[in-house]
Design a binder for this molecule. Structure first.
Ligand code: GDP
Length: 195
């Protein structure tokens, strides 16, 4: 999709604040600093529309970006479970769980992991959680420009193994620097959102 129009529609913590419209939603989730804002900005052709580097422990909201009046990207706050208090962790978990388990408009979730590293325990937990809810799931490996192309297969195998992915689960190498994977990610989104 060639994006010209995008708006931060709402930052929500509770279901009553979610958008009232019936547009398809694609959620994006990953650890803080994984490159989520950079992926969103790449998809919508902006330099710095989505906020970058949201810190764990700060106010956590679901940010709904309306794209071309056709769908919403839902920016799920970066998880960094180890760094926040038990209470914050529980609140975060509840907010996300409520959204994922009740949102009829949710058509798919993109889980971001860093191509350079083995998935963390938090990544594994998140993946299990998403699989449990049976929501179409795409794993995107970010910052692929930081590893040599010759190592991409190795990186993919490590991540697939770490996340216990089935062979048919989709996986895309991405880089916000080189835009590698941008079209493939859009293709998946358009398919899930039935655009
Ligand atoms: P967020 O916290 O998940 O939203 O992560 P950001 O998008 O703010 O990115 C965190 C840091 O990683 C920033 O310094 C980005 O410039 C950098 N970064 C994000 N994506 C890429 C990428 O594809 N390649 C490289 N080399 N750096 C990236």
């Amino acid at each position: 999709m060639e994006v010209h129009e995008v708006a931060l529609t709402i930052s929500a913590v509770a279901p009553k604040q979610y958008p009232k419209e019936d547009l398809p939603e694609i959620a994006l989730a990953g650890r803080s600093n994984v490159g989520k804002s950079s992926l969103i900005n790449t998809l919508i052709n902006r330099r710095s529309y989505a906020r970058t580097s949201s810190q764990p422990g700060k106010t956590q909201t679901l940010n709904f970006y309306k794209v071309e009046s056709q769908l919403y990207f839902v920016d799920v706050p970066g998880y960094g479970f180890a760094k926040v208090s038990k209470k914050a962790r529980e609140e975060f978990g509840q907010m996300i769980e409520t959204y994922l388990s009740t949102r009829r408009q949710l058509h798919g979730v993109i889980q971001l992991v860093d191509a350079r590293h083995d998935p963390s325990d938090d990544d594994v937990t998140m993946h299990e959680w998403l699989a449990y809810y049976d929501i179409p799931l795409l794993v995107v490996a970010t910052k692929s420009d930081k590893i040599a192309r010759g190592k991409w297969n190795q990186s993919e195998s490590r991540i697939r193994k770490g996340l216990n992915m089935q062979p048919d689960e989709p996986y895309i190498q991405f880089s916000a620097e080189t835009k590698t994977g941008k079209d493939a990610v859009w293709q998946w989104i358009e398919q899930q959102a039935e655009l």
